[in-house]
Design a protein around this ligand. Structure first.
Ligand code: PLP
Length: 460
């Protein structure tokens, strides 16, 4: 590759590259930040600045950057067999072996997997699969899938419809028919203003599911889908009462329970799967991201035996992707899972750095800008408030999260802002010393944001 200056790259970027979820006029004014290389939990941009990646790329680089075992697995598989499909009574060794390993590391109800190329495609598969299941099970009226406001399930037509992002639904005629949304288990926004304890609110939020099922008629409801912890929605950690109650409701009405583990899977919450941390046993589980630590694209759906048996006995399911079980992606996933096991990263999150982050977060809650600080495993959120005592929010026109995120960029840390929530999900290989470094950077950014708020008169 020929060397090009940052300005040249930015000009070419503006001229030709349509970015995901981006205001291109704003981007053109600033120019994209060009990320050139990475190692462990750090990135370097084209100007040579070092950046601590507290978001694991996009919630995916669980084993950190620069893991040679994954590079070698990809290179070897590319040389041996870069591609073959699984459509016409053929299979490849990496895909078979990965299916076997996934059956091992997922909860015991899962013995079968359907591969996709991404989380969005995985959730499209979920929509088709649950409807197909109920057709075969002799209950074809069960077509409706219940999801939640502020959920994120991807950006394809079905993924974005399952998601509860108002901005996405506003474009392109979404949601597609047969998908409905209930309230999210967001205690800070919905429970706290009512004076409810977290636990009491968790039961109230689960009751919204029961109420919607009653209103629709259980005989029309195919499935309920949720992320164990909403990631893109702002790291919304549901009260401990929520998921067990949701599970009871689904069981009572015979409704399939789908856990979207695209972010929470592969150790993020201190167990292999978010549903294990949050206490429920789903019938289907979507995964992506952490399955390859983002080194190459791969996703899929784990299918519980009671569902898989019906699908298998029901004849051909007319669904599949060219890259379902892509051998290179599967080889990288196998190397990634082997590395997670060898480095004991799930235990590292559960017993060491997860509790360490939680303690640091408790201290962070003392900061004058922080109204609430929550974490689970290696996912954390800081709710920024104007008034610590009352929890009053900043004027939305201030866009306090974006102000803080601007400081993060300048100070050399990637943190994401979702409204007034600042969130982190660092690579699972992070050490205690690196958490100290991350927390010191975050504190500095909060202090700078507070100084802006004081100078701008935003606190009154
Ligand atoms: C919970 C969840 N589901 C699905 C997706 C979509 O995955 P992809 O971007 O790989 O299509 C995401 C992406 O962030 C996600 O967070």
């Amino acid at each position: 590759m020929t060397f090009r200056t940052t300005a040249e790259l930015q000009a070419a970027d503006t001229a030709h590259f349509l970015h995901p979820f981006t205001d291109h006029q704003g981007l053109a004014r600033k120019g994209a930040r060009i990320i050139r290389r990475a190692d462990n939990i750090y990135l370097w941009d084209s100007e040579g600045h070092k950046i601590l990646d507290a978001m694991s790329g996009l919630w995916c680089v669980n084993v950190g950057y620069g893991q040679q075992a994954l590079v070698d697995a990809a290179a070897q598989q590319m040389q041996q067999l870069p591609f073959y499909n699984a459509f016409f009574q053929t299979a490849t060794e990496p895909a078979i072996e990965l299916a076997e390993v996934l059956a091992e590391i997922t909860p015991p109800q899962f013995q079968h997997v359907f591969f996709s190329g991404s989380g969005s495609e995985g959730n499209d598969t979920v929509v088709r699969m649950v409807r197909r299941y109920w057709d075969l099970a002799g209950q074809p009226d069960r077509q409706i899938i219940i999801s939640r406001d502020n959920a994120y399930h991807g950006s394809t037509m079905a993924g974005a419809s399952l998601g509860g992002m108002a901005g996405m639904h506003a474009q392109g005629g979404l949601p597609i028919p047969g998908i409905v949304h209930i309230g999210q288990p967001h205690w800070w926004e919905l429970g706290r203003p009512q004076g409810l304890s977290r636990e009491a609110f968790g039961l109230q939020a689960a009751q919204w599911l029961e109420d919607r099922i009653q209103a629709l008629g259980a005989h029309r409801v195919a499935a309920f889908i949720g992320e164990p912890i909403q990631g893109a929605g702002g790291v919304i950690i549901p009260p401990s009462t929520y998921w067990p109650a949701v599970q009871r409701i689904c069981q009572r009405h015979g409704i399939l329970l789908v856990s979207d583990e695209v972010i929470c899977g592969f150790g993020r919450t201190g167990n292999w799967w978010g549903c294990q941390t949050l206490g429920y046993a789903p019938d289907l589980m979507t995964f992506a991201k952490g399955v390859t630590s983002g080194y190459v694209p791969l996703g899929g759906v784990m299918v519980a035996e009671r569902v898989a048996r019906v699908l298998i006995e029901g004849g051909e399911f007319n669904h599949g992707y060219t890259y379902s079980g892509h051998p290179v992606a599967c080889a990288v996933a196998l190397a990634n899972i082997a590395l997670i096991r060898r480095l004991q990263l799930v235990e590292h999150v559960r017993d060491d750095v997860g509790p360490y982050l939680a303690a640091a977060w408790r201290d962070m809650a003392q900061h004058p800008l922080v109204g609430d600080a929550e974490s689970c495993g290696l996912m954390g959120a800081l709710q920024l408030v104007k008034d610590k005592q009352s929890g009053a929010a900043f004027d939305p026109a201030v866009a306090i999260g974006m102000v803080c995120r601007g400081h993060c960029f300048a100070q050399g840390i990637v943190m994401r802002a979702v409204g007034d929530r600042m969130i982190v999900a660092p690579p699972l290989v992070i050490t205690r010393a690196q958490i100290d470094e991350m927390v010191a950077l975050i504190r500095r950014c909060l202090d700078l944001t507070l100084a802006d708020a004081q100078a701008g008169g935003w606190l009154h």
